[in-house]
Write a protein that binds this ligand. Structure first.
Ligand SMILES: [Zn+2]
Length: 113
């Protein structure tokens, strides 16, 4: 399961941060899952709930943002935001688009105790 390995990676990241900044507990985590990411936020939440038992993130509130995907439009020669990977350019309707971001899971904010 893809979401489970992402969560393991996230937990590793939190443990690294905890060592570096000397905190022992995470109280809030804000994640961003791009619209282009092959990640189901519900599955992600579920996997994280399983994996974080008895860890520093056990009691943390988890928020998941879904930022729009960003693509480069060849016709407009600029970056635009689209709701889905297959949507046309919102300003010219063109389809000559290449992804520029929004495909990742990122840690946006961390509150610790
Ligand atoms: Zn365009």
């Amino acid at each position: 399961m893809h979401e489970l390995s992402l969560c393991e990676h996230l937990l590793d990241l939190l443990q690294d941060e905890a060592r570096r900044h000397e905190f022992s507990r995470v109280t809030r985590i804000r994640l961003a899952v791009g619209q282009f990411a092959c990640v189901d936020p519900d599955a992600l939440r579920f996997a994280f709930d399983v994996i974080r038992r008895d860890t520093l993130a056990a009691g943390a509130a988890v928020e998941i943002d879904r930022p729009p995907g960003r693509v480069w439009c060849d016709d407009c020669a600029r970056e635009v935001e689209v709701p889905t990977r297959l949507a046309p350019c919102p300003s010219c309707g063109g389809l000559r688009l290449s992804p520029r971001g929004g495909g990742d899971l990122t840690l946006v904010e961390l509150e610790v105790a």
